[in-house]
Design a protein around this ligand. Structure first.
Ligand code: SAM
Length: 271
């Protein structure tokens, strides 16, 4: 292996190709997913198969979504090719709605060592498909993982924390430092598990996603300002007090439950 090639492939920077190379980390990740033979797994960005191939040893079939045609070509040449349904696509543009509607009785298990530039956007996109998802395991750069896990009062608690934690139970699975990848990225990572809350039907997901998106965007626009100022266009002081929310709190001190109450009220008032 020289500086540029890895398993006969030159990693493409714009596709965030930092391949997992540490077998112990890979095995731990697979173990912690508790996969079963009958699981329907979708992997986003299989790369050179670091996770795909060990998963093939457990499940009957895995679907992979990959943007790089050279990678698809290499996967086609692997001994696992018959176990892997390969879809050449940009996952951000992929029609998940169509894909999931092909068999609505399946609850999918998603996995991905995601490229950093699309990770949060993809996670937020996937909220709307939660009814089709059993769980998801994704690698995030540490800073983003901390924002996803942040609790009220923490500087990292923001719009992303509220949206993600409202729709998913998020569990940190494993810290993965940068030297476990080739090439090594500039930052460390954390592997997270996301379990969609099953209390939501599709209609509720769409409505609450819309409401929370609007409210958190305004609430966190000026972090140092009080709620009463940031949310003045949506809620009066009286409404905030009605929900036991102190109007002179800052957005970062409002709990997920309080955001839920605001979203419920927003939907009553405006939608
Ligand atoms: N899973 C492999 C591993 O752990 O070694 C590769 C992970 S690498 C960080 C990210 C993978 O996602 C690459 O295979 C890359 O080509 C693919 N990828 C990047 N952007 C993508 C996109 N928009 N849609 C689908 N795949 C993408």
């Amino acid at each position: 292996m020289n500086r540029f090639t890895y398993e006969r492939h030159i990693p493409v920077k714009r596709f965030g190709q930092n391949f997992l190379k540490n077998k112990t980390i890979i095995n731990t990740i697979i173990q912690k997913m508790h996969l079963k033979t009958i699981d329907s797994v979708i992997e986003i960005g299989p790369g050179l198969g670091a996770l795909t191939f060990p998963i093939c040893n457990i499940v009957e079939k895995i679907t992979v979504l990959e943007i790089d045609e050279n990678i698809i070509f290499l996967l086609l040449k692997s001994k696992y090719y018959k176990h892997v349904k390969m879809i050449l696509t940009d996952v951000i543009k992929f029609d998940f709605h169509y894909f999931f509607s092909l068999n609505t009785s399946i609850l999918y298990r998603l996995i991905g060592n995601l490229p950093y530039n699309i990770a949060t956007c993809l996670l937020i996109n996937l909220i709307q498909y939660n009814v089709y998802i059993f769980d998801m395991h994704f690698m995030f750069q540490k800073e983003v993982a901390h924002r996803l896990l942040a609790i009220p009062g923490n500087k990292k608690y923001g719009k992303l924390s509220v949206l993600a934690q409202y729709f998913y139970k998020i569990i940190p699975v494993l810290d993965v430092d940068r030297y476990n990848f080739f090439p090594a990225p500039k930052v460390d990572s954390v592997f997270l598990r996301f379990i969609p809350y099953n209390k939501f039907n599709q209609n509720k997901i769409n409505r609450y996603f819309f409401a929370l998106e609007q409210i958190t965007r305004m609430a966190f626009q000026h972090r140092r300002k009080f709620l009463i100022n940031n949310l003045s266009k949506l809620f009066s002081e009286k409404t905030l007090l009605k929900f036991n929310i102190n109007p002179f709190l800052r957005a970062e001190d409002v709990s997920i439950h309080q955001y839920y109450l605001l979203a419920k009220n927003f939907l009553k008032l405006y939608v």
